[in-house]
Design a protein. Structure first.
Length: 155
């Protein structure tokens, strides 16, 4: 009787979609301490400048800021500490090969609760050039204008 897993988004990395082409996404667990989970339940997390790296066969989350829990006092950890991501070894090795060979980057796209566990959506990304970013902005503006025109027409 496996029902739908309930998910609640904690934080999203919107800057990643602006700066990178997301080729593929993966779900990974994250190793946290108790006060960090309590802080995440309050929604106090920033993924803006975060990235993932592979060191000694382990995937690590760098640059993610999880604010200290207000009532955690001595149990709080450093908000910018490096956190280990939990994935299968063969997935990590495959991603490591792609990052090293083909110039991809591993960028965390979102952080969310899946039932009671914290998960990270990691994207295998390729960097955008400036003209790609401009094209995306122009496309978004054109789409917005079309939506606006259709809305005016339907009035």
């Amino acid at each position: 009787m496996a029902g739908k897993a309930s998910t609640k988004t904690i934080a999203q990395n919107k800057k990643a979609y602006h700066d990178y082409f997301v080729e593929e996404t993966f779900e990974a667990g994250i190793e946290l301490v108790g006060t960090e989970v309590k802080s995440l339940r309050q929604g106090r997390c920033n993924l803006k400048d975060a990235w993932c790296s592979v060191v000694n066969g382990e995937m690590l989350l760098n640059g993610c800021h999880i604010s200290p829990y207000d009532f955690g006092n001595i149990f709080n950890k450093d908000p910018m500490r490096v956190r280990r991501l939990l994935m299968h070894k063969r997935e990590i090795m495959r991603l490591y090969g792609l990052v090293k060979q083909q110039g991809y980057a591993l960028i965390p796209l979102s952080l969310y609760f899946k039932d009671s566990r914290v998960k990270v959506q990691v994207g295998l990304c390729r960097g955008k050039k400036l003209y790609d970013k401009r094209a995306d902005l122009a496309e978004k503006a054109a789409k917005r204008d079309v939506e606006r025109a259709l809305k005016e027409r339907n009035r």
